[in-house]
Design a protein around this ligand. Structure first.
Ligand code: ADP
Ligand code: GLC
Length: 537
């Protein structure tokens, strides 16, 4: 089956711009969906890194004013990705990551910057472009959360022409909450500021608006889908999510198994498969040497690749370090985030020389080497919508040691004796996420490591698990098609006669030139992390 055409709206997309798993998903899902006959075009802000990566960019539309400045829309490719890029220098031509200034402070106008992303998405959905009109819009996280709100308040004129919107929640801790005074600036009518509109505890809630108005809400694992409808897991949005439960589904993330393939990975010292997994020892030595650890092949080597935040339970790991080192194990840390955690790991490396090493920052190649050389990868998260590092770990034969929450519970089978005996175990799980239970998990992992036959069995099970997008892409494709049943959608949409683009009041667009009717075949650190229990005030 061919179609539908999906517009994926995202603040990050691998390999162009990435601060976390959102980018991985936004970059890999389009390729996996292509194999299901679903054509995905990704709408992304034109940050410098994105603009530099474009191939064959074509200016297809000009906005006289997009949130206070001139802007245009580019159609381009980057590798296998079909892109629409918002070239708006006043919003996106800045150093730093998508959300933060180089100093680490959020940009003061993030509310406007990402409202622009959603507004352009909604305009495209309503027929802004003569030769491209998506059948479905997939809006990722709060950055794109206003998309269905813009459509909702324009629908009076749009009638049934507005495409259905899927809001995909990657992390409920980041909600996009901005002052009510922005309403007019971002082009929403006063009537939108209501409890059944975009209003959220006296502010404007971008993610709230998305949940409120999306035709379908997805999140990135079945367990997280259930957790977020509870008071604790809902972080202030649990009641709304519960009321939308019929339209909420959890679809597990996958990983790009070509990017993450130990048999071909150019960033690792020795490539390997399950058949010659003993070659990992070479990568282990390389990791130990890179981090200045004792070159000890017998010491269990733990790794963590993570944003250094409360969510990720890195404080639990810092507390558990004496136990880890007493077990004769080693730890490498590759991550960045809260300054207090960065400093604490630096201190730990001084306290345990030769046993603990850390790199503060973001390095894709180092991430690959650690996956290929560490014996175990830690993910002691307090909550985890899905998590990708445990999936990469399994593929690379590193044993994931994870808390039993969200996607970590859905993807890892604990190495208890029954699961080992049945050759089902793929990692070590612990609950609840406390220092004691993490210490216990570290001890269990080290004991398993000292049993080479049991260890190898778990390692090979993990390597044999399917962490690809194959199954999940099928679920997304089926969901997109279900949303179109009964709609007067013309599929494929682009064979239909182009309709006149319509505009929102005040946008003042004029197409730069009528584009050719060519149709090409065919994702802080996020801002505003809200501490888990602190949200409902
Ligand atoms: P989250 O999106 O919550 O940060 P995920 O596990 O879903 O967590 O995704 C994190 C992604 O970022 C993974 O691809 C992981 O390998 C990568 N990553 C995290 N920290 C670093 C780092 N310091 N350097 C390189 N890659 C990193
Ligand atoms: C978020 C979540 C993570 C998930 C990723 C991609 O950042 O914290 O669990 O894997 O998004 O969906």
């Amino acid at each position: 089956m061919s179609g539908p055409d999906v517009l994926s709206v995202t603040a990050e997309i691998f390999p162009l711009i990435k601060t976390g798993g959102l980018a991985d998903v936004a970059g890999a899902l389009p390729l996996a969906l292509a194999k299901q006959g679903v054509r995905v075009t990704s709408l992304v802000p034109g940050y410098p890194a994105v603009m530099a990566a474009l191939e064959g960019a074509e200016r297809i539309h000009r906005f006289n004013s997009l949130m206070g400045g001139r802007a245009s829309l580019l159609r381009a490719r980057a590798g296998a990705l079909d892109l629409l890029v918002i070239d708006a220098p006043h919003l996106y031509d800045r150093p730093g990551n998508p959300y933060l200034q180089p100093s680490g402070k959020e940009w003061a106008d993030n509310g406007v910057r990402f409202a622009a992303l959603a507004k352009v998405a909604a305009e495209i959905g309503m027929g802004l472009l003569a030769d491209y009109r998506p059948d479905v819009i997939q809006a990722h996280d709060w950055h794109a959360g206003l998309t269905p709100a813009y459509l909702r308040y324009a629908r009076k004129d749009a009638g049934r022409r507005a495409p259905p919107v899927v809001l995909s929640i990657h992390n409920l801790a980041f909600q996009g909450r901005f002052p009510a005074r922005l309403l007019a600036k971002i082009g929403l009518p006063q009537e939108a500021f209501a409890i059944d509109g975009v209003e959220y505890y006296g502010d404007i809630g971008y993610l709230k608006a998305g949940i409120q108005f999306a035709d379908q809400v997805t999140t990135v694992s079945p367990s997280y889908a259930a957790e977020i409808t509870t008071e604790e897991g809902g972080m202030g949005l649990g009641g709304l999510l519960k009321s939308r439960a019929r339209h909420l589904v959890g679809i597990l993330n996958g990983i790009d198994t070509e990017v993450w393939n130990p048999a071909t990975d150019p960033d690792i010292k020795a490539q390997y498969t399950a058949e010659n997994v003993e070659l990992r020892a070479i990568n282990k030595l390389a990791v130990q040497s890179h981090f200045g650890l004792r070159p000890d092949s017998e010491a269990p080597l733990f790794g963590i690749l993570s944003r250094l935040t409360d969510q990720k339970g890195v404080d639990l790991l810092l507390d558990a370090l004496p136990v880890l080192c007493a077990e004769g194990a080693q730890l490498v840390v590759c991550g960045q985030g809260e300054a207090r955690y960065e400093a604490a790991f630096a201190e730990a490396a001084r306290t345990y020389p030769g046993l603990v090493g850390r790199f503060v920052g973001y390095r894709e190649d180092l991430a690959h080497l650690i996956q290929a050389g560490a014996d175990a990868i830690l993910a002691p998260s307090r909550f985890e919508p899905c998590g990708l590092t445990q999936l990469c770990a399994m593929r690379y034969g590193a044993i994931p040691v994870v808390s039993r929450t969200g996607g970590l519970s859905d993807t890892i089978i604990d190495a208890n004796s029954a699961a080992i005996a049945r050759s089902a175990a793929t990692g070590v799980q612990f609950a609840p996420p406390t220092r004691d239970m993490l210490e216990d998990a570290i001890r269990r992992t080290c004991a398993l490591y000292r049993d080479p036959i049991g260890w190898r069995r778990v390692q090979l099970n993990a390597m044999a698990s399917d962490s690809s997008w194959r199954v999940s892409a099928g679920e997304y494709a089926a969901m997109f098609r279900r949303l179109l049943v009964g709609r007067d959608v013309v599929m494929p949409a682009n064979d239909a006669a182009p309709e006149e683009p319509r505009s929102f009041a005040g946008y003042g667009e004029e197409p730069a030139r009528r584009p050719s009717r060519r149709r090409s075949p065919s994702r802080p650190l996020p801002t505003q992390e809200i501490p888990r229990a602190a949200e409902s005030a």
